[in-house]
Design a protein around this ligand. Structure first.
Ligand code: SF4
Length: 276
């Protein structure tokens, strides 16, 4: 049997609501048809555009690219991406093109799989995906992650970025004492409503100290230890701010959300996951 791979999303699901964790990861339920949350789809459009963006292609071709991605993600043609895309182009120019002499490589949509020893002494597998990983000539790295929230609030992302930093530390074999000086984390919030809307207003550094890094990584190892010992927890619905986006909200699977009067996502159809 394949070994479990732990991602931030999986571990945070466990932290936020153990019922949702059970339904997703032990019962293997999934959504068959979802008309989709508009903000999620807008975020998907932005991520795909940023992944495929070529600064050398003509404005017309860039617009055609955006149009095709909007159609793919079922976003109305009239929805205006001008501001986030303009901010992104400036960001790309300033952070990547203008600094090209300092940069060795720019990798987009980087999958990082690594293993480390868990609290029970056995190896645990982690998986992470970074929007952009930049390797610098001086041997340092910059992790860029694109966030499509309406506020440029970094504190909600510290645990996720700590895991990404740990992934780079392990994969690039960076000594523990050097990781916080050799790996920087920057979050880009192109949809954030700011007063001036300059690219620097929506590009935020996250400062992760060795203590913060170890705190969050230890927390994740403790979650894994609990997850893998079924005698240590029982699935329990925990109402939280993410219930609004949960596919079980307002369905029979989560009676607590029904009692609270939550309605199910339009068009949702839940089924058992199948593997082909
Ligand atoms: S709706 Fe909320 S409480 Fe219910 S399963 Fe989803 S996250 Fe948990």
């Amino acid at each position: 049997m394949a070994k479990k791979k732990y991602s931030v999303s999986r571990l945070n699901t466990f932290e936020n609501c153990t019922l949702k964790y059970k339904l997703l990861y032990l019962d293997y339920l999934t959504a068959e048809e979802v008309s989709g949350n508009i903000n999620t789809r807008k975020g998907n459009v932005f991520h795909e555009f940023s992944e495929k963006y070529n600064p050398d292609s003509s404005i017309e071709n860039q617009q055609l690219l955006l149009k095709s991605i909007k159609i793919k993600h079922d976003i109305d043609e009239s929805y205006d991406f001008t501001k986030p895309i303009d901010l992104f182009k400036i960001f790309y120019e300033k952070e990547f093109l203008d600094k090209k002499d300092l940069i060795t490589s720019i990798e987009r949509e980087v999958s990082l799989d690594f293993e480390t020893t868990g609290l029970d002494g056995k190896l645990k597998n982690f998986t992470a995906k970074i929007d952009v990983l930049v390797s610098m000539v001086d041997g340092s790295y910059i992790i860029y992650d694109y966030k499509t929230s309406k506020t440029a609030e970094t504190r909600y992302h510290v645990d996720q970025m700590s895991l990404y930093m740990k992934a780079i530390q392990i994969i690039k074999k960076i000594p523990t004492e050097d990781v916080c000086s050799r790996v920087q984390v920057k979050l880009f919030f192109p949809f954030a409503a700011m007063e001036s809307d300059t690219y620097l207003d929506v590009l935020k550094n996250i400062v992760i100290t060795p203590e913060i890094l170890e705190f969050h990584f230890s927390k994740y190892l403790e979650h894994i230890d609990t997850i893998e010992d079924l005698s240590k927890w029982t699935p329990e619905a925990k109402i939280n701010p993410l219930c609004d986006y949960c596919m079980f909200s307002g369905t029979l699977y989560c009676k607590k959300s029904q009692e609270r009067g939550f309605s199910a996502i339009r068009g949702i159809k839940i089924k058992k996951k199948t593997w082909s």
